[in-house]
Design a protein around this ligand. Sequence first.
Ligand code: RAT
Ligand code: ZN
Length: 411
Amino acid sequence: MNPEQIRAAVQEELQALPIIDIHTHLFQPSLGPIGLWGIDELITYHYLEAELFRSCPITPTQYFSMGKQAQADLIWKTLFIDNTPISEATRGVVAVLNAFGLPTSGSLTEARAFFASRKLDQHIDDVFRLAGIDQAVMTNDPLDPTEVPAWEANPATDKRFHAVLRLDRILNKWAQHWEVLKEQGYDVAADGSGNSASEVRRFLSKWCDKMNPVYMAVSLPDTFAYPEDSTRILFLREAVLPLCRERNIPLSTMIGVRYLVNPTLKLAGDGAGKSDLRAVERMALDFGDNRFLISLLSRENQHELCVYARKFANLMPFGCWWFLNNPSVVEEMTRERIEMLGASFIPQHSDARVLEQVIYKWRNTRRTLTPILAGTFQTLAEDGGIVTRDAIRRDITRMFRGNFENFVLSR
Ligand code: RAT
Ligand code: ZN
């Protein structure tokens, strides 16, 4: 194939492949109204809330006291009318409106009427088709009071969605949650002593039965350390990782958050920090029978992660997370990963919080990665390698589906 044919083949294969979105904050409709969708949710996405305060004098306290629609109107006026929507997150809203043939400027009336007319179940099918995905992995928290009742009602499964047992409240906020377990009859203590670890395992095991998660997951601070004398590491070592082995599922660790550096911004108030990846090295070594999906929030940590993935086959780097999901950084990270790991990683997840975001996030990923992947195969051809359509399809399928199916679903 000549360079132009290679580029066209990459573009077509990437376009045609139904991707598995391996980490989102979306919910299957059978879990009820906790799933966010529609124009007001899109505009009040926390990525956009953070941008609002840079261009409008309103204080966070004033903003958060407003109703959802008034918040959306303010963000729309500030970031889309008074300013040009050139940031990644604002451009995303424009792309979604455009995908549905809705006006991308002026009033929101038509968009609101359109989304109000949609029936959720069919809408999900349409959104997934526009995004080019066929499955999305959820984030399910067994200690979230808004989510628990939905699971207690034994929701119908939905082949478009997979559950994930999220552990943040247990591993990061034990002090605020141990009593909730205690009230539910688990023999746990604030300091993790006595039967706490085995009881946490029993609690998680019950939730595995209920949710049938494809993996367990936790976000971790930039200061994450292992080994360490803490309830976090105690429960990881004695409850979470043994249970992952028993159920034969991976643990996803997303490391590098600096929680609430500006608490007034709520969900938009977290920052990012560089981590010491010796913790990852030691975990990969000490728990050689566990599998770890890994995403890191700091750009500076990405090269090191590739090095560790070369040492430990039980690490699966995935995604360009949160502040990294911008074309300039995605380009750099993906090049680095291909150069060091071939096709043995998962390039992206959407992290969508509002259903329709998968449309713009996956379009952006395809647009950014087409030249990177094409360049990879073009360079191979230049060096005398045989590049075929089948090889391109095989590698793209492996990165955006196969690695997840093999590492997570099919073991
Ligand atoms: O990207 C985000 O939406 C963040 O707020 C987080 O939810 C992060 O992705 C996480 O899963 O902790
Ligand atoms: Zn997330």
